[in-house]
Design a protein around this ligand. Structure first.
Ligand SMILES: Cc1cc2nc3c(=O)[nH]c(=O)nc-3n(C[C@H](O)[C@H](O)[C@H](O)COP(=O)(O)OP(=O)(O)OC[C@H]3O[C@@H](n4cnc5c(N)ncnc54)[C@H](O)[C@@H]3O)c2cc1C
Length: 339
């Protein structure tokens, strides 16, 4: 039997990858278990009809240290969005926004490149299309079970969004009283639901901004951005709007058909930009993010008590901020504690 510590990470979003990154030079045997087909989680990219688009996180806003880290991962195909973000209110009135205090970064191949590059620096094993359904405390070890596989670890790191992590814990085969405290703390983290609607047009939309954000949180649209401002994402002369609908609107229409969601969102986008042809995109796409962004976080003095039982938590909700940079750093901090 191997004497190397065996560490399992549920979720290969940026938090899970942050953990694996910190463990890259340790003697630990690290396994990432990811239910989707690839790494990146909500920092997600899709390709369709010659376009590349980030349909979850739009960009990374790194502090100085992360900026340096990103550049060390490789500057080729790194895209810095130059155009500003402007604002709009519930009446649809648009105003110039404040200047950025951090760069806004993605890649020509999309924001998933960040996760792919981080992953390539590790020697972690990645099992994709592996949804963990149950976790079990077995003596000093943790077992994680998917439909087809069983894994055994000395330490387990949970990185799914708080509601999913809480559900796994609530069903865990683990009798310690701490489990209930952890479940209560984690399931109390509120998450916003967002429908991301992608609208493509075979013509240009000339505006002085990259994106518009609703500042009074009282418009049906929360965010609207122009994917063509990211080099390499949209063929010249075309436009691709990323319209993120407000949480109430998104929750109310979550179960509606893609067609109904697209039609309603395109009407609202056309109204906001005062350009009627925008109500008829030539193609579209919809991504439903049930657990899009946490509003707040878990109390670290409670969630870190899991570590007494070799159970760790990372993610945007553990950091208390729905940002790629915060989630990645939360994973790195757990990785350092594991070391
Ligand atoms: C619409 C939208 C717009 C956003 N815009 C921005 C932005 O512009 N800038 C920014 O910085 N941030 C933005 N964010 C937030 C950012 O995407 C997240 O904060 C960050 O990606 C969270 O990373 P994470 O690793 O904590 O979680 P996730 O990315 O959710 O990773 C968790 C992973 O766990 C996997 N998983 C879940 N359950 C299981 C299971 N049972 N078994 C195995 N795997 C499982 C998931 O598939 C996922 O890959 C946005 C998010 C959304 C949804």
């Amino acid at each position: 039997m191997s004497s190397e510590p065996n560490i399992g990470i549920v979720g290969a979003g940026v938090a899970g990858l942050g953990v694996a990154y910190e463990l890259r030079e340790s003697d630990a045997d690290v396994t990432l278990l990811e239910k989707r087909e690839e790494v990146g989680g909500r920092a997600a990219t899709r390709r369709k009809n010659g376009c590349t688009y980030d349909h979850g996180a739009n960009y990374i806003t790194p502090d100085e240290e992360l900026d340096e880290f990103v550049r060390e991962l490789g500057e080729e195909e790194l895209v810095e969005i130059e155009e500003p973000v402007w604002t709009f209110d519930s009446t649809g009135e648009i105003s110039a926004g404040e200047e950025r205090d951090r760069p806004a970064l993605t890649y020509e191949n999309g924001i998933t490149q960040f996760s792919k590059r981080v992953f390539s620096t590790t020697d972690a094993t990645l099992d994709t299309e592996t949804r963990i359904e149950t976790i079990v405390r077995d003596g000093e070890r943790w077992r994680a079970k998917s439909e087809d596989s069983r894994y055994e670890f000395d330490a387990l790191v949970m990185t799914p969004p708080a509601p999913q992590t809480a559900a796994l814990l609530a069903e865990a085969e683990w009798t310690d009283p701490l489990r209930n405290d952890l479940v209560s703390e984690i399931e109390a983290v509120p998450y916003r639901t967002i429908l991301s609607v992608l609208l493509h047009y075979p013509f240009g939309i000339d505006r002085p901004y990259y994106a518009l954000v609703n500042t009074d949180k009282d418009h049906e649209i929360g965010w609207l951005s122009r994917e063509e401002c990211k080099s390499g994402h949209v063929p010249d002369g075309d436009s691709l709007l990323v319209v993120q609908m407000a949480p109430d609107w998104s929750l109310e229409r979550y179960g509606e058909s893609e067609k109904a969601i697209t039609e309603a969102a395109a009407e609202l986008a056309a109204d906001l930009l005062e350009e009627p042809p925008l109500s008829s995109p030539d193609w579209s796409d919809v991504q439903r993010w049930r657990h899009a962004l946490p509003d707040g976080g878990g109390d670290s003095s409670v969630i870190e008590r899991g570590e007494e039982h070799s159970l760790y938590f990372a993610g945007d909700w553990a950091a208390g901020e729905g940002r790629v940079a915060a989630a990645f750093e939360s994973g790195r901090a757990v990785g350092r504690r594991l070391l």
